[in-house]
Design a protein around this ligand. Structure first.
Ligand code: PEP
Ligand code: MG
Length: 576
């Protein structure tokens, strides 16, 4: 029995035999060509790009239908590679100069690009080398007339073991046949990991030695929650994990059974369970999973993957669509949160040394009222068609809230003069995600209609841990007593001023924290749609009184470890 440790990429337990997939290497001959063959080679190249494009669009359609629009959009990056003028021109000019086959030249240019990307320090950009590799291989297959076998030939349920898996490989996996996967490389934010979560396939990435230690046919236990892989387990270990796997299956059925019921505790304390979305296309998934509304609509995704900023009319149509689709359920639209790891070329944003501490979110919007006003006008106009609320990200002082509200008032006046309909009393909330806002929550609460705690950022700023840096990921601790105290004081300040408070950071989706957040008095949990049934189940299984007692106890603990152990024990009791 050998145990490997990796990075947990998608939760769950799976027990099955290993199936190792080799690296797809292309042996590309450096074939000389005659000058009169150059036009034909260029044509071949263009045809390969067009066929690859068609193939990716087909794949996107299938993924969009099976998994959702967000997953399909991962392949937009691949389409962009196919349109990259610099890359295409380099291939053609080298082809003319060097007079060797276009397949060879293309693979050389691709290698150069990949080498440049893999040296970039930013983890997110570095992981885009996988996208380049993936789309490059597709083009080469067309150039060489090869068929891709991939995982299509699988006959029995296996754990796929690979050095790395491309997002296309992952998308091609069938849940019935791939019970889990393990890779040598990759990080938590790789698109492969994102896909695995959507497919609900347990996955461990970055396990370094998987392909050297594991052979096809080895019996494996993959624990995607803890990031552990056990090779050829002994009987006792196997029995323990089999029991655990069965329990998880049983528990999942219990979650689904309550997904359309309200988020109400046994003693009738009611909280709202709503969803986070990035795109309007996710609304069907919100409804399927029992979301009672939308607690965070991250509008900046609307500005991505396009050359120009969206117009007021385009934004209005999108927000109106969301408002109408959700009918009487409320939708919280967050105004543009650019910057940090969300960079847009349209607005000539400078490259910053510390982008998370830089010109982002409300800071950008207050500096660019032209951009901000278009969005506010679009939100206001859409508010005539449903129950919309708006909130500002990254507020760090009451002055910023007031400045944003002055611009909002301006927009209301303009629309009034233009005789446009809108909800005059639209609720305006503040995201609490900067420690200065958390500490002055009592002041902000006097001028806001609601709060939404953005723990993703609040934790990184409170603990001084870059949320995108894997080297300090071990310090990114939602269970840190400082984080829990902050949350308590934010909720208390909101309630003292009679406003409601939600949480839209990932902490709200983490079942380990549900009991304590409930006990601290959180009014609304805004989660990724998939997590809704489970969180509802937990809330419906406890009493508010017990949750409050648990919160008091947790706040008396002094280390992250103690907090975690306490809450995991409580969760186990609830799910028993
Ligand atoms: C947050 O910071 O918790 C949040 C929800 O916003 P984002 O993850 O988009 O920064
Ligand atoms: Mg944030």
């Amino acid at each position: 029995m050998i145990k490997l440790k990796g990075i947990p990429a998608a939760p769950g337990i799976s027990i099955a035999k290993a199936y190792k997939v080799g690296k797809e290497e292309f042996d590309i001959p450096q074939e000389a060509i005659r000058p009169d063959e150059i036009p034909l080679q260029i044509q071949l190249f263009e045809e390969a790009l067009i066929s690859t494009r068609k193939e990716i669009i087909e794949l996107q359609k299938r993924i969009s239908k099976d998994m959702g629009q967000e997953e399909a959009q991962i392949f937009d990056a691949h389409l962009l590679v196919l349109e990259d003028r610099m890359l295409i021109e380099e291939v053609i000019s080298r082809l003319k100069k060097e007079q060797v086959s276009v397949a060879f030249i293309f693979s050389e240019v691709l290698k150069k690009y990949i080498a440049v990307f893999s040296k970039i320090e930013d983890e997110y950009l570095r992981e885009r080398t996988a996208d380049l590799n993936d789309v490059g291989k597709r083009v080469l297959r067309h150039l060489l007339g090869k068929e891709h076998k991939g995982l299509k030939d699988l006959k029995e349920r296996v754990v796929v073991i690979a050095h790395d898996l491309s997002p296309s490989d992952t998308a091609a996996m069938h849940k019935q046949l791939v019970s889990a996967f393990v890779t040598d490389i990759g990080g938590k934010t790789s698109h492969t990991a994102i896909m695995a979560k959507s497919l609900e396939i347990p996955a461990v990435v970055g396990s370094v030695e998987a392909t050297t230690k594991i052979k096809t046919g080895d019996m494996l236990i993959v624990d995607g929650t803890m990031g552990v892989v056990i090779i050829n387990p002994d009987e006792e270990t196997l029995r323990v994990y089999q029991e655990e796997e069965q329990k998880l299956i049983g528990v999942a059925e219990r979650f689904v059974a309550v997904k359309d019921l309200p988020g109400e505790t046994k003693d009738k304390h009611l909280v709202k369970i709503v969803a986070n979305i990035e795109l309007p296309e996710e609304i069907p998934s919100v409804k399927v999973h029992g979301g009672e509304g939308i607690g965070l609509y991250r509008t900046e995704f609307f500005y991505m993957n396009r050359k120009d900023a969206p117009t007021e009319e385009e934004q209005f149509q999108a927000y109106k669509f969301v408002a109408e689709e959700m009918k009487e359920s409320s939708v919280v639209i967050r105004t543009l949160d650019l910057g940090g790891d969300k960079y847009l070329s349209q607005f000539e944003m400078p490259k910053e040394i510390q982008p998370f501490l830089g010109w982002r979110a409300i800071r950008f919007c207050l500096a660019r009222p032209d951009v901000f006003k278009l969005q506010l006008r679009a939100i206001l106009r859409a508010s005539a068609y449903g129950k919309l609320r708006l909130m500002y990200p990254m507020i760090s002082s009451i002055e910023e809230l007031r400045q944003a509200n002055v611009i909002l008032e301006d927009c209301k006046q303009e629309l009034g003069h233009e005789r446009m309909k809108f909800d005059e009393d639209i609720e305006v909330g503040v995201m609490i995600e900067v420690p200065s806002a958390a500490i002055t929550a009592d002041l902000l609460a006097q001028e806001a209609d609601f709060f939404s705690i953005g723990t993703n950022d609040l934790i990184q700023y409170a603990l001084a841990v870059d949320r995108a840096n894997e080297k300090v990921a071990y310090l990114y601790e939602p269970a840190h007593p400082a984080v829990l105290r902050m949350i308590k004081s934010i909720i208390d300040a909101a309630h003292a001023h009679k406003i409601w408070v939600g949480m839209c950071g990932e902490m709200a989706s983490d079942e380990v924290f549900t009991l304590v957040l409930l006990g601290l008095g959180l009014d609304e949990f805004s989660l990724s749609a998939l997590a809704i049934p489970q969180i509802k189940y937990i809330i419906r299984s406890v009493t508010f009184e017990d949750a409050q007692a648990a919160a008091v106890q947790v706040l008396s603990l002094s280390t992250t470890k103690e907090v975690e152990t306490f809450m995991r024990t409580k969760l186990k009791e609830i799910l028993k």
